[in-house]
Design a protein around this ligand. Structure first.
Ligand SMILES: [Zn+2]
Ligand SMILES: [Zn+2]
Length: 465
């Protein structure tokens, strides 16, 4: 029995694990490397296993850094079941189709460039057709219900409280009478997020494979996000300015809608809200279908007239024409992707609003270096959009502390419920983050911990029962 960490080792993206138990070989997650040319080149490298020889795969949640290579896996010969929770199965469908669309566009653009330089055309990482074949392999499994997947392999999905449908995977493995429990954390959620439930507390496992994204950081909140947002809206309403919020389509957009509904309900404020991202609209549809996965607060609100995704001020734009028509409006809120303003329709809205002193730009998520979102936060007074120099006169706000990830203290608090596992393997974090968390788990909780290297193999040793 072994687990091989084939991605997200001393890095945040590219989650993928190969597990072998008796005659069964399978994957946990098959995520895309993201973040730059060097990372993206890794996606084109051969898999360190033969996809055609896998018996099945398990998916913790629908984020692309965990799911984005599944169509590539299918392209390379995988055609077995993919087990995930029902919301993850539905969200993966829209995420993988969107990703395939991006991959095809990217390859087309590179091909045009290559042809001009006299080079060969560029093949996409995968196509929409590969994504559609992948989608047909999904087999939904409910939270909490043990499911035997192969002789000696049973899985239980537990709520990870990270995004809708996210799960910790409890694997009960058995080989020649030896039994081992392995828990894959996937991504651990931040407690008290709206809509999703809190991460489940689990007390026993022999091996814990745990993420460490925020192993060296704490989420700092300047105030209650909903109050900060209400103050910005009130000011925009007073001066007739627009409020532009770049936001990730999956998770953050729905969380913002939750806050906005609450503001309109409690603060006697009223402004039209436009969700202007086709992916965000599709993701919201999936949320609507899966309120069984909501926490108690959201459960009560959804599906009702005036609920989280149906309040009267809320509009979803579909076509590019509807999106363009927003340029003519005043005193509106626009939520649009991408979350770091590097792509997507939000760039058009920034072009039309950044130069207006009465406009407000609200940054609600992590902004990586060199992104447009980061430059606005850093106070750049001039940015380039669609080949035009745009003066930044709008008011730039940052609402901090919103995160789908547990921070250092929250990771430690979650881990503290376990009786010390035989071994804890840290992944999904940059080296400094992972090593900081390693030290804290050792010192405070007396865990035995290693920070995994890429392609490192861990033998799983069972205890007889
Ligand atoms: Zn995630
Ligand atoms: Zn992740």
């Amino acid at each position: 029995m072994f687990v091989q960490v084939t991605g997200a080792a001393r890095e945040v993206t590219g989650s993928c694990y190969l597990v072998e138990v008796g005659a069964a070989r399978f994957l946990v997650d098959c995520g895309m490397h993201q973040g730059g040319d060097r990372e993206e080149a890794l996606n084109f490298a051969p898999f360190p296993f033969d996809p055609a020889e896998l018996d099945f795969m398990l998916l913790t949640h629908a984020h692309i850094d965990h799911s984005g290579m599944i169509p590539r896996l299918v392209k390379k010969g995988f055609e077995r079941p993919i087990y995930a929770t029902p919301p993850t199965s539905d969200l993966a469908e829209i995420m993988l189709l969107d990703s395939a669309y991006i991959q095809e566009n990217e390859a087309e653009w590179r091909t045009r460039k290559a042809r001009r330089a006299g080079r060969r055309e560029v093949e996409p990482l995968y196509t929409e057709d590969d994504a559609r074949r992948a989608i047909r392999l999904f087999r939904p499994v409910d939270y909490g219900a043990p499911k035997e997947l192969a002789p000696g392999v049973t899985v239980v999905f537990h709520d990870a409280g990270h995004i809708l449908g996210s799960a910790f995977l409890e694997l009960r493995l058995e080989e020649r009478g030896e039994k081992v429990k392995v828990l894959f954390s996937g991504d651990v959620g931040q407690p008290d997020q709206p809509i999703v439930r809190d991460p489940e507390i689990i007390e026993q496992t022999d091996y814990l494979i745990m993420e460490s994204t925020y192993g060296d950081r704490l989420h700092v909140r300047d105030g209650e996000p909903v109050d900060e947002l209400a103050a910005i809206l009130a000011e925009a309403k007073r001066t007739g300015g627009n409020v532009i919020i770049p936001a990730f389509a999956l998770g953050r957009t729905q969380e913002l809608l939750y806050f906005l509904r609450e503001i309109f309900d409690k603060h006697q404020l009223d402004m039209p809200v436009y969700v202007d991202s086709p992916l965000a609209s599709r993701a919201t549809e999936v949320f609507r279908r899966h309120r069984e996965a909501f926490d108690d607060g959201a459960w009560k609100l959804v599906g009702e007239p005036g609920g989280i995704f149906d309040f009267p001020q809320l509009h979803y734009t579909a076509s590019a024409d509807e999106s363009r028509a927003l340029n003519e409006k005043k005193g509106i809120v626009i939520i649009s992707a991408s979350g770091m303003a590097e792509a997507g329709r939000v760039r058009h809205h920034l072009k039309h609003n950044l130069w207006r002193p009465e406009a407000h730009i609200v940054i609600v998520g992590f902004q990586a270096r060199h992104t447009l979102g980061r430059r606005l936060l850093d106070g750049d007074k001039q940015v380039r959009l669609f080949g035009e120099e745009i003066a930044v006169k709008a008011q730039i706000h940052e609402i901090t502390g919103l995160s789908a990830h547990a921070d250092q203290e929250q990771l430690l608090a979650w881990a503290s419920h376990f009786k010390p596992p035989r071994l804890t393997i840290l992944t999904h974090g940059e080296t400094v983050a992972a090593m900081t968390l390693e030290r804290l788990l050792e010192d405070r909780l007396h865990f035995a911990v290693v920070v995994a290297e890429r392609n490192e193999i861990f033998e799983l040793e069972g205890g007889a029962e």
